[in-house]
Design a protein around this ligand. Structure first.
Ligand code: ADE
Length: 264
């Protein structure tokens, strides 16, 4: 997968992208992340990327030309066939990071992880010229209902969530399948040695070696944790009749009957 990121602050990406899973995925050529400084696509002496808003008002607006030129310079480099208008089924998505975008979630990460090529544009200042939205970007994504100083941190969040889904990026592919949200549920609790720490014991079932019992316990814990913390997620989750009964019983008991760890 190739990911091009357009930003005014390329150095921000150095730390996060040179560590851990993203670093390993890059080293294994599972992903090629290319950072572009939008300022490099200006042609004036002072490399101006922003200007006052037409109609007045506070703040500056990112000019369209450097952003269009950056995206258009990337497309031929990667043999891209789509129009600069963002059309064409095979075209790489051109995603603007903005608090006005659709809310990022695991489903969107999975959708993006299927792409061979992706272009992320990090907005800054008060916003970007609307023609970038209208004629260049194919999608707008927000990572949450709060305002960041720019799209860079949002781009890092998206890249991290997507790269860990690429086959071979994690130590074991099974770990991504069990993640919170991958199943539509929050993840079950984890324990490691020692079996008793400060008097707090690991749930007995996990030491039993009985894989079927362990799988059942984990699934129940995931459901109970989701019920307590994010009940809305259960509406979308695929649950068996038995699991639905577990939820009803737990609700009827005022949540007091949840077993072992899920008792916060
Ligand atoms: N830029 C500023 N705030 C943002 C957010 N919440 N998500 C994505 N991009 C942003």
């Amino acid at each position: 997968m190739r990911i091009d990121i357009l930003t005014l602050f390329p150095d921000m990406f150095q730390g996060p992208f040179s560590q851990s899973i993203i670093k390993r995925a890059s080293d294994r050529d599972l992903v090629n992340i290319v950072i572009h400084n939008i300022r490099d696509y200006t042609h004036d002496r002072h490399h101006v990327v922003d200007d006052y808003p037409y109609g007045g008002g506070a703040g500056m607006v990112l000019k369209p030309a450097p952003i269009f030129q950056a995206v258009e310079s990337i497309k031929p480099e990667t043999g891209h066939q789509g129009e600069a208008t963002g059309g064409g089924a095979s075209a790489a998505p051109v995603i603007l990071l903005t608090p006005q975008g659709r809310l990022f979630c695991q489903g969107i990460a999975q959708e993006i992880a299927k792409c061979h090529h992706l272009i992320l544009i990090c907005g800054r200042y008060e916003g970007v010229d609307e023609r970038v939205r209208d004629y260049l970007v194919t999608d707008e994504i927000s990572i949450g209902d709060y305002v960041l100083s720019g799209g860079e941190l949002a781009a890092m969040v998206i890249v991290d969530a997507v790269v860990r889904l690429l086959p071979g990026a994690l130590g074991s592919d099974a770990s991504a399948l069990d993640d919170s949200h991958a199943t539509g549920l929050l993840e079950y609790p984890h324990y490691t040695r020692p079996p008793v720490y400060r008097g707090w014991a690991v749930p007995e079932v996990l030491l039993s070696g009985d894989h079927a019992r362990i799988a059942k316990w984990r699934r129940e814990q995931a459901i109970l944790r989701t019920l307590r913390r994010r009940p809305g997620l259960l509406e979308e989750a695929t649950l068996s009749e038995e699991e639905r009964q577990l939820i009803s019983k737990t609700e009827q008991s005022g949540f007091s009957m949840s077993s072992s760890s899920e008792q916060e």
